[in-house]
Design a protein around this ligand. Structure first.
Ligand code: FE2
Ligand code: FE2
Length: 264
């Protein structure tokens, strides 16, 4: 099995980038399963049903979320019915949606788990204990397990990588929007990267219009953040799994820029 995972899609610029790059990625990785993080897909804040549909139609087979999951109130109308959308599993019990989901990949099954960190983020349930619980219940059933750990602190993400080494196929980080260069397969066979990076406005600050962010840093006064326009950049990873063991053979970074499309 091969997984292409695409980092946080930010706003209309991010969706434009995805539309632009998907044909090329499908050509390069014709048998891969495509997963993307969609927590910022609606103008930086959450996701709508129409936007989720647009992303699925581009060839994305599952969408993971994060701390922006509830930003669009219409999500409550459809998240329970969308089996391909996975929000952080360690949200309080009873929260709408699901924290893990199984998708069919040809004759195989892939268990997708989304978790959210709690260092410099709201104090939700323990992501380490939560993932143990899910694996305990589902481990025997699923050889291929993909984890999107949506977290702020690099230390918490690295800790999760070590916690799950040998227990899942891959642990990749999202949320900080900047691709890190520490992609590797850990000693027990789990592919890891601290952050996949974002898909969206290149010349803002993490996808936000930069003058507002600069103003905030310089004056400390309240400012209104808006999602940036302009050119895009695109970040993803491709993970090759061993079909016998479900563990990883390799993880490579993917990076495209609107002006330098063929950097790989
Ligand atoms: Fe994000
Ligand atoms: Fe986030």
């Amino acid at each position: 099995m091969k997984i292409v995972f695409i980092g946080d899609i930010v706003g209309s610029v991010g969706r434009k980038a995805l539309k632009n790059i998907m044909p090329r990625l499908k050509q390069l990785h014709p048998h891969a399963v495509f997963i993307a993080n969609g927590e910022n897909a609606a103008a930086g804040k959450g996701i709508t049903q129409a936007i989720a549909k647009e992303i699925y139609e581009m060839g994305i087979q599952a969408i993971t979320m994060g701390n922006h999951t509830w930003d669009q109130k219409e999500i409550f109308d459809f998240i329970d019915r969308d089996d391909k959308m996975v929000r952080p599993a360690n949200f309080p019990p009873g929260t709408p949606g699901k924290g893990h989901s199984v998708i069919k990949v040809k004759d195989q099954e892939l268990l997708i788990i989304n978790l959210q960190g709690r260092t410099f983020l709201p104090p939700i349930d323990c992501p380490f204990r939560k993932v143990d619980e899910i694996l305990e219940a589902d481990r025997k059933k699923h050889k291929f397990v993909f984890v999107d750990f949506h977290a702020e602190a690099t230390s918490e993400k690295i800790a999760m990588g070590w916690h799950l080494d040998g227990k899942v196929s891959a642990v990749v980080g999202t949320h900080t929007h900047v691709q890190t260069n520490d992609n590797r397969v850990l000693p027990q066979g789990t592919a890891y990267v601290t952050d996949v990076g974002m898909v969206g406005p290149r010349d803002g600050i993490l996808g936000v219009e930069r003058n507002a962010v600069l103003q905030k840093f310089k004056t400390q006064l309240p400012v209104r953040f808006i999602t940036d326009e302009g050119k895009w950049h695109f970040h993803a990873v491709v993970i090759e799994l061993n079909d016998q063991t479900g563990l990883s053979k390799g993880i490579n970074l993917i990076r495209y820029d609107e002006d330098q499309v063929f950097m790989d």
